[in-house]
Design a protein around this ligand. Sequence first.
Ligand code: ADP
Ligand code: MG
Length: 452
Amino acid sequence: MENKELWQSVLAQVQFHISKANFATWFQNTEIISKKDDMVVVSVPNAFSEEWLNNKYNKLILKILHSADESIKKIKYVINPQAAKTPSAKNLSPVEKLNVEQLNFEEFKIDKETNLNPRYAFDNFVVGSFNELAHAAALSVAENPGLTYNPLFIYGGVGLGKTHLLQAMGNKIIENSKKKTVKYLSSEKFVTGVINAIRNHNIDAFKTNLSLIDVLILDDVQFLAGKNKTQEEFFHAFNSLYEKNKQIILSSDRPPNAIPELEERLKSRFEGGMIADITLPDYETRLVILKTKLQEKRVELSDEVLDYTASNVKKNIRELEGALNRLLIYYKMNNNPPTLEIVKKLLKSYIFSPFDIANYKKIIENVVKFYNLEEKDLFEATRKKEIVRPRQIAMFLLRNELKYSFPAIARKFGGKDHTTAIYACKKILQEFEQNNKLTEEINLIKQRIYSG
Ligand code: ADP
Ligand code: MG
């Protein structure tokens, strides 16, 4: 692959992993300037970009490069201030033009007040049995904010359309009534907001601002886990909005009762309205999603290519979009649609992804993360309930997913008698059938183990 083409495919995929604003900020005016042995040299316009790409995105970029060309093992970023000027559009090839236009579109269209991006709409949201309930609830709330389900809590794994749906609701509410004050916030932003307000002694102003909102949309609330001060502020904001029949919309990667270190009073508020989940789309729906995206872009691909893509890219919708984008870039670069043979090559990294395989490290990491523990806690000799249960789940997963023997499991956990491992697995298995909460938690952990 040519350097240019290689970098285009990196950009195409990076877009699906990071926010549009970040993408525009850190990846504009970057390019591969050389590739030698196992090293790729990327030019960036300034020291900020260099630092960010190096520290935050290097792993992602390397993964994508490596999947396109296995010989690549290292990336070096060099600053080239010349690149800072956006080249005038007339010197660009059609593909580059397209990318520049996309960048600008994304960058300028996010509304500064509401944080809403018009790209996310109900019109381009595909509905299937996997998200039907969430969609119906969202539509009903968007038509009558504050009057139907309050709060609306939507949960599901990454890349399945939570942000899309939340943003579509915000857009629709404003479309119906320009006077409504809608605010979309990522939970990360909310936490930073609280911390800054405390630091700058203007928490009262922060609170007043929140209380003026008609529709508050808070994305990824699992991020509030363990952030006590923020939870307290959010609790008050929640109550004050709720009492005035203002709409609150929340999303998370798991149901409220599975968010660790979330105050009980918040949990019960979250559970007080409507809870709807989004699961994985099936083959038919994946096909519809592909066709819808193609229609939007006014491009066609053969049925066999679509069938192959929909059958094989199953992880989530973000990946499906990434795969499609990769095919479209090929199409544009070559002025010809890719044949099935080429598609198989282009999509290799999506299909034979190392993420599809579980291993010891991934199981431990995901269990620990899910229950908000430190890795060493899991191996500590303790009978504390908060630790014993996750430890039993880790043992159960090692047994079920990796077929570890009981003595092998026992060795991993400090050489304990292997009957402990047998007991743990039996206990989880027994409860698995009766305890919905546990079943759900284990399924969510498994989803993460298998989706990177
Ligand atoms: P999440 O917030 O759950 O991680 P996103 O809302 O960011 O997922 O969705 C990932 C990508 O998939 C987005 O580009 C989004 O537009 C697209 N997407 C998700 N669900 C759908 C859907 N039902 N129909 C069309 N596109 C979707
Ligand atoms: Mg999201």
